[in-house]
Design a protein around this ligand. Structure first.
Ligand SMILES: O=C(O)CCC(=O)C(=O)O
Ligand SMILES: [Fe+2]
Length: 330
């Protein structure tokens, strides 16, 4: 996909628009979400300093010797947070495809606090499990927390756009995402000096699970591809100063498949790129409240039409999806 055809949506323009202008901008997002559900968001207002601090902290973390990174590792396969070393997860497995594990390493963190009164054991053991913080680099946790907060705020603003796009009251999603169980993942794709195994990718083809993902691919980097409606893999171009967002499976379900959760992957660099091929990204997986029932939205059903899916609960749904990608213990 050329930079020209990849849609860029200016959030600040939407937020200052009123009346029919606002509706028209919502309609534009509706159209994109029906086609691919992938777009860039400019005018997002996230301070560059918050982005840079988190980015550099993640970069310095991935630079640490393996042994130090392992001190923050997830304690067992299927634990959602902490450090996950290279070749421990195969995203394509979430679709039942058997591929070698992905060539990525990641650091993962969950919600910043547990909502008062929440005592659901599954929720506490899964999405509210402790983030295993690394001891270094200095300032990592603060930088991470500030970025996580900025993503939570941005996700809530994008959900307002989605509400308008779906002809719902603007605050229709507010009560469904006031105790979100989102996760932030920093990804590092190490340089590749040796050829990958057959079928092995940096990140295998997958769809995301939640309502919305906010991606920050490394500036100027390639590798992220989406399967377009014609069935062809096309590059998502880096858009300077913007985040890339995409619709996840839960939003597709919520909209009765009006919106699509598009298959995407991160492909390997050319072998010749060798040592210069390292790539970093941030992915914020926004997810509604644990107990939120996800049932077909009223505006996504034509008269006489039936919902395609049974309602599900946000948290247990996410948990079952996540656990399908974990490499079984040897
Ligand atoms: O690193 C990227 O650009 C994409 C990562 C991704 O799709 C994911 O982690 O779900
Ligand atoms: Fe993804």
């Amino acid at each position: 996909m050329s930079a020209k055809s990849f849609p860029v949506f200016d959030l600040s323009r939407f937020e200052t628009a009123t009346g029919a202008d606002r509706e028209a901008l919502g309609a534009e997002v509706d159209r994109i979400c029906r086609e691919t559900g992938f777009l860039a968001i400019s005018g997002h207002g996230v301070p560059q300093e918050v982005i840079d601090r988190a980015w550099n902290a993640a970069h310095d973390f991935f630079d640490l010797p393996a042994q130090e990174k392992h001190e923050a590792r997830a304690p067992y396969a299927g634990y959602p947070y902490g450090y996950l070393g290279p070749e421990l997860e195969a995203l394509a497995k979430s679709r039942g495809e058997d591929t070698p594990p992905d060539l990525k390493e990641s650091f993962n963190g969950g919600p910043l606090s547990v909502p008062e009164g929440l005592n659901d054991e599954q929720a506490l053991a899964f999405c509210y499990a402790d983030t295993i913080w690394p001891t270094g680099p200095a300032g990592f946790r603060d930088a991470w927390t500030a970025y996580y907060r900025a993503m939570e705020d941005l996700a809530a603003r994008i959900m307002q756009v989605f509400a308008v796009a779906l002809h719902l009251p603007e605050d229709a999603f507010a009560a469904t995402i006031d105790k979100p169980i989102s996760a932030l993942r920093a990804l590092n794709y190490p340089e590749q000096a040796v050829p990958p195994k057959p079928g092995q990718l940096r990140a295998g083809a997958h769809t995301d699970y939640g309502s919305l993902t906010i991606l920050l691919p490394q500036a100027g980097s390639g590798g992220l591809q989406i399967l377009d409606p014609a069935g062809e893999w096309v590059d998502v171009p880096p858009v300077p100063g913007a985040f890339v967002i995409n619709i996840g499976d839960l939003m597709a379900r919520w909209t009765n498949d009006r919106w699509v959760s598009t298959l995407h992957r991160v492909v390997n660099p050319q072998l010749a790129a060798g040592a210069s091929s390292r790539r970093q990204s941030f992915a914020f997986f926004h997810q509604p409240n644990w107990h939120q029932e996800i049932a077909c939205l009223p505006t996504c059903l034509a008269p006489g039409e039936k919902p395609k899916y049974e309602p599900v609960l946000s948290g247990p749904y996410l948990m079952s999806k996540f656990q399908a990608t974990v490499k079984p213990a040897a």
